[in-house]
Design a protein around this ligand. Structure first.
Ligand code: PLP
Length: 403
């Protein structure tokens, strides 16, 4: 029996089956490569679902973790934590935000954002103004608040009742949003580019028009940049390509270069809504994760990684578009920077499996959209190798008529 099979059998007996897992037992990563326990090498174009933006085990992140691990691991938020302060300063200096709250995951950051929006509105307008408008095909996490906000029935199924006060509108449709705003609305929450919902980029002008509607009705504009922040779309934050600023932004995934962290960023006067005793997190902002995040963000900025992400995003897109032109079951290629989706006329699950067998890791969202989110340190040679594998699979696919 292979070493992999042994772990797979053990998982069967001990790990809750919340994921439909592939038979890959990951044990080591470096840059854009991942190895399984039997020594097979993979080109990782999933990157922990946009977590490993710096590639696996970026040396600066690893060094920061090693260093901090021997100095102070955890300290209560009853006290001041220098690494947390430095990270907050860094985030505020490079974004619209005036203050930051730290937590441990994306869903938790969104919970904080939704609480902040409700509290701000409660203090200013009273108890009846609490609704948050979100988008269809959005994804905001797996907590009860997160699934209530998420505009996909499949994540809510079986968990009723949802938390009241969420309404979904089609993403990119400004008239639908305008028609949904009432005296009960307090905020609009959007991913500036949708990730899990199938890699959707909003039409030009939409985000600006959303900002204007929020200003007109005094609504908080919350951007969930958990997947598309930290350089993924080619700028540090995705909103920077829209010529507007949100009031609140949530981050997680790539912020610490691999280890778990979440952050809630807000500008004045909204930051004041969460005063002493209103919100908290035991692990949030701990020295270990904050030192990793500082190292990760410095690396992103200083080592030309952001610029490489832009160049490689353009390169990968051109390669995917060439495949689209060759295969008629490829409907569309879309995305921004290094979050790219290839929509198929057919189910993409089998292509993902074949790619894995041939040493390429990608995934498929909403059944038909292949998603490419390689590390921003990916090279042209990596992309060529990945596209050769994909081309071969699509060629075989096309012979069988997409079956
Ligand atoms: C991944 C993701 C989340 C949830 O983050 P977790 O860390 O898994 O809780 C929320 N929103 C978006 C846009 C995401 O991509």
């Amino acid at each position: 029996m292979s070493l992999s099979q042994n772990w797979i059998d053990r998982a069967e007996q001990s790990v809750m089956k919340t994921y439909g897992r592939y038979p890959l037992v990951a044990v080591r990563g470096e840059g854009c490569r991942l190895w399984d326990v039997d020594g097979k090498e993979y080109l990782d174009f999933l990157a922990g679902v946009a977590v490993n933006n710096l590639g696996h085990c970026h040396p600066k992140v690893v060094a920061a973790l090693r260093d901090q691990a021997g100095t102070l691991l955890h300290c209560s938020n009853f006290y001041q934590i220098p690494q947390q302060i430095e990270l907050a300063e860094w985030l505020c200096a490079r974004s619209f935000a005036d203050r930051v709250f730290f937590c441990n995951s994306g869903a938790e950051a969104n919970e904080g954002a939704m609480k902040l929006a409700r509290k701000y509105s409660f203090e200013k307008y009273g108890a009846d103004r609490y609704e948050i408008i979100t988008a269809k095909a959005s994804f905001h996490g797996r907590t009860l608040g997160g699934i209530s906000a998420t505009g996909q029935e499949k994540v809510q199924a079986g968990f009723a009742p949802m938390i009241p006060g969420f309404i979904n509108v089609p993403f990119g449709d400004i008239d639908a949003l305008r028609a949904t705003i009432t005296a009960r609305t307090c905020a609009v929450m959007l991913e500036p580019v949708q990730g899990e919902g199938g890699v959707h980029v909003p039409p030009p002008g939409y985000i600006k028009a959303v900002r204007a509607l929020c200003d007109e009705h005094d609504l908080l504009l919350i951007f969930d940049e958990i997947q598309v922040g930290c350089g993924r779309t080619g700028t540090l934050w995705a909103y920077q390509q829209e010529e507007i600023e949100p009031d609140v932004m949530t981050l997680a995934k790539a912020l610490a270069g691999g280890p778990p962290i979440g952050a809630l960023l807000a500008k004045q006067p909204f930051t004041g809504a969460l005063g002493p005793g209103t919100h908290g997190s035991t692990f949030g902002g701990n020295p270990l994760m904050c030192s990793a995040a500082l190292a990760a963000m410095h690396a992103l900025e200083e080592d030309g990684i952001l610029a490489n992400g832009v160049a490689m995003g353009n390169y990968l897109r051109s390669k995917l578009e060439a495949l689209r032109d060759n295969y008629d079951f490829v409907k569309e290629v879309r995305g921004r920077g290094l979050i790219l989706g290839m929509e198929l006329n057919c189910d993409g699950g089998e292509i993902v499996k074949q790619a894995m067998q041939q040493g390429l890791l990608i995934n498929c969202t909403v059944g038909t959209v292949l998603r490419f989110v390689p590390p921003l340190v990916v090279t042209q040679a990596d992309i060529d190798a990945a596209m050769a594998i994909l081309d071969e699979i699509l060629a075989g696919w096309s012979e069988t008529g997409g079956q």
